[in-house]
Design a protein around this ligand. Sequence first.
Ligand SMILES: Cc1ncc(COP(=O)(O)O)c(C=O)c1O
Length: 460
Amino acid sequence: MMFEDIRRVASALEADIAFGAIVPAVRPDEIRDYLASRYTFSNALPLDDVIADVAGMMRRWHVQVTHPRYFGLFNPSVTLPSVIADTLTAMHNPQLATWRTSPAANEIERHTLAWLAGQFGLPASTIAHFTTGGAEANLSAVVVALARRFPQWSDGGLRSLPASPAIYLTGDAHGSFGKIARVTGLGCDALRMVSVDADRRLDVADLARRVDRDRRNGFAPLMVIGTAGTTAAGAVDPLADIARFCRSEGLWFHADAAWGGAAALSPRLRVHLDGIANADSVTCDAHKWFSVPMGAGMFFCRHPEAVRDAFRAHTGYMPQPTAGAIDDPYATSLQWSRRFIGLKLFVALAQRGGGGYVETIEHQARMGDLLRDSLARAGWTIVNRTPLPLVCFTRSGLDVGRFIADLCERQIAWMSEVRLGDSPPVVRACVTSLRTRKEDIDYVVREMTRLALRDSEVQV
Ligand SMILES: Cc1ncc(COP(=O)(O)O)c(C=O)c1O
């Protein structure tokens, strides 16, 4: 019965959002004054009133990322099964720090992750856990790579290392690596920016040159980051070539497939992830192309002992480890108390089946192709090349900042401005909603073209 209620509310909301505004026009003081006038917390309010009010604020004062014309930064529309699963998790509030406190939840997560590891072609011995998101998964990769390569690092820290470690990635790799360099104490100078080719994919020849130069200069090359679906342009680095290079050089290969990892399910798209099976570790976010609510990232690693060593923890107050082939998540990952993150992916997969997901993923890829082709036919210049549904585009004389502001003001679509390397800004549109249809693409291309042509006439 409860699920019927959620279903009813969710489908009403979906319809309401699809026909409503995508982008709010609100100032911080407007929201602050509203909150200050209503919520002094000095007296109790009826729950129905609070929920209705909060729902109204969420409706009015958010970018509606589940709108079919939200073409944004990988924030998906969410499936009903995953919403129901998240509600169930909140109600039971299981603690996943140890296996013993939540046996069913731990096994459900393990089962789901093992299935996905198999989709990537990783070995059955792969260890994996859910994370808050891709940034935490990327941090886990760097921590495990450091701990494995330099066993003395865990106790002695960076000052105990014989040489400064270096991490190789392109300028288009995710910005989390800058933060990770700082929080691990490596410092941003440890990040080596490898050149990209014309399609913004990591240039393996330049990688080889940099690694060689670093070795000769006394640095300790540690790991290479290959991105499967860069945030800015959707580029997929040559994962197979990077894997081969890393193996021959004894470097750790981390594949950041936070967004693009879902393509592994698709018979049509998985060829682009060729090489991911040879990664030492993989980041993949369920809260991106798997269309479940935030935050649900995943970290996979083919070296279980390295993960156990990197995150080991001993206390006098946690339950004793469970006998057998059992890992307690608090001792094999960064988090301690843990939410049952994986249930939303498990339920969504169970309800749709892998085949259902393939349909959705390939539908979104087709919508990306349609957007790309329609824009080109309407006179726009496409400036990126990727098999994934992310299109970067511009046209002569376009004032990108103003154009995007107009798109939002007219509620045509949510798109963003992006700079690819040193080039001038262009428009970035990613199909992130499973509800985006051909009619939405036709509408945005028609309206954007009309807007751009009108602007160019005004300029003349
Ligand atoms: C390629 C890539 N890696 C990592 C991240 C970070 O993921 P999260 O925001 O889930 O922490 C993102 C976010 O967009 C991303 O695009």
